[in-house]
Structures are given as structure tokens and as C-alpha cells.
Write a protein that binds this ligand. Structure first.
Ligand code: NAD
Ligand code: ZN
Length: 249
């Protein structure tokens, strides 16, 4: 069954006219790969809210608990496969030379689907970083025998190489994302509740610079008032339709 693309018809027209596209994705894009979002009911872990686990303070207070949360998430990510939304975004990237993909996701599923250079604003759960010497290593592929894991070089605690609440974004990734938003003609926000700053401000930055903003999310978000067209359905449903519409034009 085909989806009615009329709410984002101007979006398709802009792409056909060759306007640069920036896409910002969030946890909703990976929801259909079986990875819980933070705001959904299944985002709780052991009764804890992610905001109480994914912070430097929580890690200092109880590193074992924080690591158990991440080991649980890693198991899910290891078992997850890209869904039709990731694949459609990788296909779009191959079709549109002027597309930049910016993600808040830490699951590397965009890369797994074939996106070549996603800007990962919040790092990757599939890497470890030493909280002492800063060395970054791939996650070992199986749970650590003992928690918290320690750095082989300096003995300090390892942590997942992600950005926690209250931490700065990687400087380079943020600069690239901001540049992409500023120079975009079209800005598409997919599957993010747009409440976690500063990633949430990219839509506004793009809109102020004259870019046309569109959104795909089954629920209304703070981006909606900025958006010219909002698609209230799942990303895996509408993104492949967008690819088909461009292919057949
Ligand atoms: P969020 O949990 O705050 O919001 C998810 C959004 O996705 C919601 O607005 C929801 O309506 C929407 N959504 C749910 N199913 C959808 C679907 N099928 N198609 C389209 N949209 C759908 O997530 P967020 O905005 O990305 O921000 C929270 C933080 O959570 C980010 O920093 C991110 O790093 C982290 N996070 C990442 C993952 C991941 O990497 N898979 C998972 C959970 C949280
Ligand atoms: Zn170290």
C-alpha cells in the first residue's frame, strides 16, 4: 500500500531541484529495529530513567549500575539490524550528492545500512573510552567478565564512548552538523522528540538560515511549529516511499 506523500510534496520538489538536504535522526528511526527509545514506556531500565543513568554523576556514584545499563543496551544493539528507514536514508545519500546525515543515535545502524559518513553527535555505544587517558577502543563483542571494566594502559575506568546528559558534544561533530544545517536548503527531522539540547536546536538553526523544515514522527514534537510539513507516521513507512517517488521522477 502506498503512502500519501502530499504533506511533504514541497520536500520532494526541493530535492528534485537539487537543494542541499540535511537529515537529523533520533531514536525513533531505530525503534523498529527493536531498540527502545528513551521517551517510550520501554525506555526504562530496571525502573530507572535514562536521565538518571546516562550522566557523569551516575557513573561516579555507581559505575557498576551504569555499566549494567549499557551492557543491556549493547546486547540489544548487537542483535539489531537496520530497518527500512536506515536503508532508505542510505539510498537517498547515494542518490543525492548534497545530503548530510546527522544522527543522535549511538547504535551505528546508519553505517550498517550503508550510510558512509553519518555525523554522530552523541558518539557510539559500540566503542569504549578510558575516563583517564582517553584512549578509544571497540567494544569487546561480549559482556565484560567484570564491571566496571578498567583500561589496560592506565588502569582507570572505561566508559562507553557516548555523550552523557550534561556533557559537551564532540566539537568537530557539532561544527559539521551546524554547517550542514546552515547550508541546507531542506532540513528533515526524523524520529526525534527534539527535547535534548543542543541537537534539538539544529532545526531552528536551519529554519533561521532559510531552510525549509519537514518532519517525520508519529507524535507531535516541538519541531512541529517550525515545520512546513509533518508526516505523522513511522519512518520505515514513509522514507522508502520518498525514495520510490524520487526514483520514479
Ligand atoms: P527520544 O527517545 O527522546 O524520542 C524518540 C522519538 O521517536 C519520539 O518523538 C517518538 O515519537 C519517535 N518515534 C517512535 N517511533 C518512531 C518511528 N517508528 N518512526 C519515527 N519516529 C518514531 O529520542 P531522541 O530524540 O533521539 O533523543 C534522546 C537521546 O536518546 C539521544 O541523545 C540518543 O542518543 C539517545 N538514544 C539513542 C538510541 C539509539 O541509538 N538507538 C536509543 C535510545 C536513546
Ligand atoms: Zn586509560
Amino acid at each position: 500500500m502506498s503512502v500519501d506523500l502530499s504533506p511533504i510534496r514541497p520536500f520532494l520538489d526541493e530535492l528534485k531541484a537539487g537543494r542541499p538536504l540535511a537529515v537529523l535522526t533520533g531514536a525513533g528511526v531505530s525503534a523498529e529495529s527493536g531498540l527502545p527509545t528513551f521517551r517510550g514506556a520501554d525506555g526504562l531500565w530496571d525502573g530507572n530513567r535514562p536521565e538518571d543513568l546516562a550522566t557523569p554523576e551516575a557513573f561516579a556514584r555507581d559505575p557498576v549500575k551504569v555499566w549494567r545499563f549499557y551492557e543491556w543496551r549493547r546486547e540489544k544493539v548487537r542483535a539489531a539490524k537496520p530497518n527500512a528507514a536506515h536503508v532508505a536514508l542510505a539510498t537517498l545519500e547515494a542518490m543525492l550528492p548534497q545530503m548530510t546525515l546527522i544522527t543522535q543515535n549511538v547504535d551505528e545502524l546508519h553505517r550498517a545500512a550503508g550510510s558512509r559518513n553519518p555525523i554522530e553527535l552523541h558518539g557510539s555505544i559500540m566503542r569504549d573510552r578510558c575516563s583517564g587517558c582517553g584512549v578509544v577502543t571497540p567494544e569487546p563483542g561480549a559482556p565484560f567478565p567484570e564491571l566496571p571494566p578498567l583500561c589496560r594502559r592506565c588502569g582507570a575506568r572505561l566508559r562507553p564512548d557516548v555523550v552523557w546528559f550534561g556533557e559537551m558534544l564532540p566539537e568537530r561533530a557539532w561544527r559539521d552538523a551546524e554547517d550542514a544545517a546552515l547550508s541546507s536548503g531542506v532540513f528533515l527531522v526524523v524520529g526525534t522528540s527534539a527535547v535534548v539540547a543542543p541537537a534539538s536546536s539544529l532545526g531552528l538553526i536551519a529554519a533561521r538560515a532559510g531552510s525549509r523544515v519537514f518532519e517525520i514522527n508519529p507524535e507531535a514534537t516541538p519541531i512541529a511549529p517550525l515545520a512546513e510539513g509533518s508526516f505523522r507516521t513511522s519512518a520505515s513507512e514513509v522514507l522508502p516511499e520518498i525514495v520510490r517517488a524520487l526514483e520514479s521522477s
